[in-house]
Ligand binder design. Structure first.
Ligand SMILES: *Cc1c(COP(=O)(O)O)cnc(C)c1O
Length: 393
């Protein structure tokens, strides 16, 4: 797999941003709840306010705990700069609204996260921004849509819930030929498995709520990229106000210390579970880019260091089978979330695509009996045994 020369992610997960947390000699990053930061002399205050000196002024703009979170993600993504948000959707919407103006055009795919899809279909058109949504794996068609001219190419890979893989390097080349910026949602892969910036993307963003935090106890979002772009996005966020809370930043930071350990385990389990499901007579289809039979296996292998902790599968017997199967699982939350230490299951109609209609889901090629399975850090054999008893009961 490519990119393997990247410096150790396990060390970065623990230390990045935390080398010099020195407040009262605390070894852990303090949670600074103070909304404002005071200055004795007006000169220093003004210099900090104008960004000529480092420091903080007001919590909507910057905060010391939040800054450490941004620094950790920045280093993991190998970016020049990073800025954070209250949620992943805030990161996505703020980025799009920073980069796009009336009369502009954005090219993306049909399989983006449900909320993102709503921004494309409901909000951007209201601002006279044209949206072209292509078939997710038809790279030729996406290249043609890009060549017609656009300002932003928005990608998400692997996608949720059918784990389709987009060729970031190829589509970034097409985008740069027409001067468009490439934004990649890296939530499902995480920086452990994939660094979109190294593949040619201009910006990479995350819902930190998912794998980055990893404990389903804090919402957050983050965008990384070149300083000059991040400054614009930060400016939009400091004015519009979708700021990450310091307590959430602390929880995300604490979760991220085990990011590499968790992802390593989840990669391994997901692959074994996908293989188990593929061989199961009650399963009609398994979606996981790490399966050799997956159409995009070679691309995933080239682009990713690991195939991720998310998979989905369709049951024989339609939605009725799903209704009977889900309650029987012992080691799984039935919830609208993913990327946590616990295994989480859901169906698109109540999770990723709750914002979409049945027709829209069908148009996206999401089977009615699809189950999304976000693998936790439980023992792999225990998870497989749990699935087995749920099938046989
Ligand atoms: C959950 C998710 C989001 C939205 O993140 P929130 O933190 O819930 O706002 C965006 N993209 C992907 C791929 C997600 O899974």
């Amino acid at each position: 797999m490519s990119q393997s020369e990247h410096p150790s992610f396990s060390t970065l997960s623990v230390w990045a941003g935390e080398e010099s947390s020195s407040w009262q000699r605390a070894t852990q990053v303090p949670v600074v709840h103070s909304v404002s930061f005071g200055y004795e002399d007006i000169e220093t205050w003004q210099e900090v306010a104008l960004g000529q000196q480092t420091g903080h002024i007001y919590g909507r703009n910057t905060n010391p705990t939040v800054a450490v979170f941004e620094e950790k993600v920045r280093q993991l993504e190998g970016a020049e700069a990073a800025t954070s948000f209250a949620t992943g959707m805030a990161a996505i919407s703020n980025t799009l609204f920073t980069l796009l103006s009336p009369g502009n055009r954005v090219v993306s795919v049909k399989d983006t996260y449900g909320g993102t899809n709503k921004i494309f279909l409901e909000f951007l058109p209201r601002f006279q921004i044209e949206v072209g949504l292509c078939d997710t794996t038809d790279f030729g068609a996406i290249e043609m849509a890009i060549a017609q001219g656009c300002q932003v190419v928005y990608l998400e890979t692997p996608t949720n819930p059918t784990l389709k893989v987009l060729d970031i390097a190829r589509l970034a080349q097409a985008a740069h030929r027409v001067g468009a910026l490439v934004v990649v949602d890296n939530t499902i892969a995480t920086p452990i498995n994939q660094n979109p910036l190294a593949l040619g993307a201009d910006l990479v963003l995350h819902s930190a709520t998912k794998f980055l935090g990893g404990h389903a106890d804090a919402l957050g979002g983050v965008v990384c990229g070149p300083k000059q772009l991040i400054e614009r996005i930060y400016h939009y966020r400091e004015i519009t106000g979708a700021t990450l809370d310091p307590m959430a930043a602390y929880l995300l930071l604490r979760g991220m210390k085990t990011l590499q350990l968790r992802i390593r385990q989840q990669n391994e389990s997901a692959l074994r579970i996908a293989r188990y499901l593929q061989a199961h007579p009650k399963v009609s289809q398994v979606f996981y880019p790490g399966l050799e039979t997956n159409e995009q296996y070679e691309l995933a292998r080239e682009q990713m260091r690991g195939f991720g902790g998310m998979l989905s599968f369709a049951l024989q017997g339609g939605f009725e089978a799903v209704r009977a199967f889900l309650p029987r699982l012992r080691y799984a939350h039935r919830a609208a979330n993913l990327g946590a230490v616990e295994t989480i299951v859901g169906v698109p109609a109540t999770t990723s695509h709750v914002e979409s209609t049945q027709q829209e889901r069908e148009a996206m090629g999401i089977p009615e009996s699809l189950i999304r399975y976000s693998v936790g850090i439980e023992d792999t054999d225990d998870l497989i045994a749990d699935l087995e008893q749920a099938f046989t009961e």
